[in-house]
Design a protein around this ligand. Structure first.
Ligand code: NI
Length: 383
């Protein structure tokens, strides 16, 4: 548990980060602040990480102890904050609308408490504190892994968490199975042949084709997915156009497809490929799909759920189950190397209006910081 002094210092950091949010891969000030705060803690070693942003720090435990990785994300979103508080964002158009400031401050709180134990000779496990950049675009975990994260650290277990506004403060979600969805983002390019708008017979119009592609893609959910399964496909951007009298050469679209089941996602990705290719062909266009990295589902195994429940129990919070979400988390990428568990920590005071993640009035309950820090601390003490 955090002492009052540790809580106050962690809360100061949360407020500071909230006022000075930074976008994915631009977390320079945040990284600097963390390095300076962490390097003041007894026993804390900052590990040489070959990325511009993000920090990995380590407290070395005793021989024979486990090695535990604790991960928090540190980036903010391109949004304008509308919630009024003395700690409102001072960076125009950037906001900690997902509460990563709370995650970062909680892990810093845990670092203080665990460093205190280390100083007294009471820390058995080695603890790796991973402050990960760029979670929002789900590219940061990959960046750390490619930069040699698992050459620097060799954890037995990895734990992460997200604040969860629809869960009241004081409750912790320990869900077994799929918690957050597998996803793949992609770009579609439809290439036609532009020309004067008055002569459609001489052109190949990619806009008409793109409209057909958008419509047809929706059928992969309604016609190719079991009604008992959860999946979503959204085309979220269409780019291309001209003055009214010109047929354009090319249209670009960006989309996301996700599911709680990897098998369902496999099927959907195949259908997307076929629909885009064949629809383009039917409209005499060419098509290209540029795939981003596939992010696996956040999946809590029964074994890790057993360990996680013991951790949550020691925090004194109420342990609950909750339905999964089709949001994604690149925390899922660590699981291919190390057994992992992902918690949701309640972050709206009981009875208060819920402001969801990524909303302009989102604000996480400060008390949730204590609980999140406790989860990290107890996770670090896993036998
Ligand atoms: Ni988030």
């Amino acid at each position: 548990m955090l002492s009052e002094e540790e809580y106050t210092r962690a809360l100061d950091l949360k407020r500071d980060l909230h006022m000075h949010p930074e976008l994915s891969n631009e977390e320079y000030e945040t990284t600097g602040k963390l390095k300076s705060l962490l390097s003041e803690l007894p026993g804390m070693e900052i590990l040489p990480l070959k990325t511009d942003t993000g920090v990995i720090a380590r407290l070395k435990g005793e021989k024979g102890g486990k090695e535990i990785m604790l991960r928090a994300d540190i980036d903010a979103l391109p949004q304008t904050e509308k919630y009024e508080s003395p700690w409102k964002s001072q960076n125009p158009g950037v906001m900690h609308a997902c509460g990563h400031d709370l995650h970062t401050a909680s892990l810093y709180g845990a670092a203080m408490a665990l460093s205190g134990m280390y100083e007294k000779g009471g820390l058995k496990n080695t603890v790796d504190f991973v402050f990960q950049p760029a979670e929002e675009g789900t590219t940061g975990a990959r960046k750390l892994i490619d930069a040699g994260l698992f050459d620097l650290i060799h954890p037995d277990y990895c734990f992460g968490l997200h604040n969860w506004p629809s869960v009241p403060t004081g409750k912790i979600v320990c869900r077994e199975g799929a918690l957050m969805s597998a996803k793949r983002n992609f770009e579609i390019r439809i290439i036609g042949a532009g020309g004067h708008g008055s002569m459609p017979h001489l052109n190949i119009d990619p806009i008409v084709c793109a409209a057909a592609v958008v419509q047809s893609l929706q059928t992969v959910i309604s016609r190719n997915t079991s009604p008992l399964d959860s999946a979503v496909l959204s085309v979220n951007r269409i780019e291309g156009g001209s003055p009214a009298n010109l047929v354009v050469d090319k249209i670009m679209m960006r989309a996301t497809v996700r599911s709680l089941s990897e098998e369902t996602l496999n099927r959907l990705l195949k259908r997307v490929e076929t629909i885009v290719e064949k629809t383009a062909e039917a409209y005499e266009c060419r098509s290209e799909i540029i795939w981003e990295e596939r992010i696996p589902a956040v999946f809590n195994t029964p074994e890790m759920t057993g360990i996680a429940r013991k951790i949550a129990l020691r925090t004194g919070c109420e342990i609950i189950d909750a339905p999964p979400a089709l949001a994604s988390e690149d925390f899922a990428l660590y699981r291919s190397t190390v057994p992992s568990f992902f918690f949701w920590v309640g972050s709206t005071p009981e009875g208060e209006k819920v402001e969801e993640l990524h909303r302009p009035c989102f604000h996480a309950d400060d008390e949730a910081l204590r609980h999140a820090a406790d989860v990290y601390i107890e996770a670090a003490l896993t036998d």
